[in-house]
Design a protein around this ligand. Sequence first.
Ligand code: ADP
Ligand code: MG
Length: 387
Amino acid sequence: MGAVQVRDGFVELYGSAPEGVWSAPGRVNLIGEHTDYNDGFVMPFALPHTAIAAVSRRTDGVLRLHSADVEGDAGGVVELRLDDLAPESDRNWTAYPAGVVWALREAGHPVTGADVHLSSTVPSGAGLSSSAALEVVVALALNDLFELGLQRWQLARLCQRAENVYVGAPTGIMDQTASACCEEGHALFLDTRDLSQKQIPFDLAAEGMRLLVVDTRVKHAHSDGEYGKRRAGCERGAALLGVDALRDVPYAELDAALARLGDDEEAVRLVRHVVTEDERVEKVVALLEAGETRAIGPVLIAGHASLRDDFRISCPELDLVVDTALASGALGARMTGGGFGGSAIVLAEAADVDTITKAVEEAFASGGHTAPRVFEAVPAAGARRLS
Ligand code: ADP
Ligand code: MG
């Protein structure tokens, strides 16, 4: 659905034109997985898939929310009183936008109500951050309409707070920052400790390559619990090593750190993943800046092995994408996002894309899996006002 349809939908629902229309993208992470809650490095880029929201202010303490994409019991216009907004009080989709309003108000920003109508082309639950797109599009709209003067990174922080506290999902800062701060044609090198960032030109087409996203369309039921366990395990590893976060373990001192963990096998695996993954992000940045784009392939492959063997968050479907793509000539491939389903990325020569896509589809069919959704990802713009 485009901006015009979302605007028209708003008029139909609420009986007047919206004050504006905004968009915020989903993202894929090129490299740097499960590093964001360890104060480490990530490197996402924005997808052309976006959440689009038409929004008007209200002054009566009421928030009305509607998604064109939700039908059934959770559909229709949901009307909430701002004074009633409370963490973990809402298990529906409305928790994401309502959480943003709650976080803004809790931080002292004078948001007095709003009417929101939105629609999103970001696949939901595919590890491509449909939730962050929803949060960021609402945050940016309210920032503009109420003239809050918040910077992009501040909006990302508030959206993360909405998701952590209001929705109750213990996610890191990557998704919201990617949606708020990415730029077209670039990947975002982000230090999640201080949110310092660098836009790294990432134009694969100019070099005859493509990046495919393969959405496996599976989400294994235990994924949320396992995320929490990995997070707690990383915190335990940091405590055992006497550092604030695993980011503080230098790659050069990894062997010594692992030796200190002794036979604590779980801590060894988690620490090794996070420390080597931070190193891989820095390596990819260096390679891209040196114009050696094809050389990032092996780094992506090593990242997948680390997530599969050390962090243990891959699954048969994700491994099947990676193994099949590599066997069909891909330059690199790895799972991306939280794990246990969701999506993988594949770096390939443009000429090999059709062969690889077909091979992955055939492997899924003969393995008895649901057909995956495969699309090319081109680094797109971050959140912005459309009209
Ligand atoms: P991801 O962010 O990886 O897509 P999440 O589980 O974090 O997965 O977020 C998905 C949730 O976001 C959905 O269950 C739904 O509540 C909400 N959501 C995503 N897209 C929409 C949409 N277009 N309309 C309403 N809610 C949406
Ligand atoms: Mg999400």
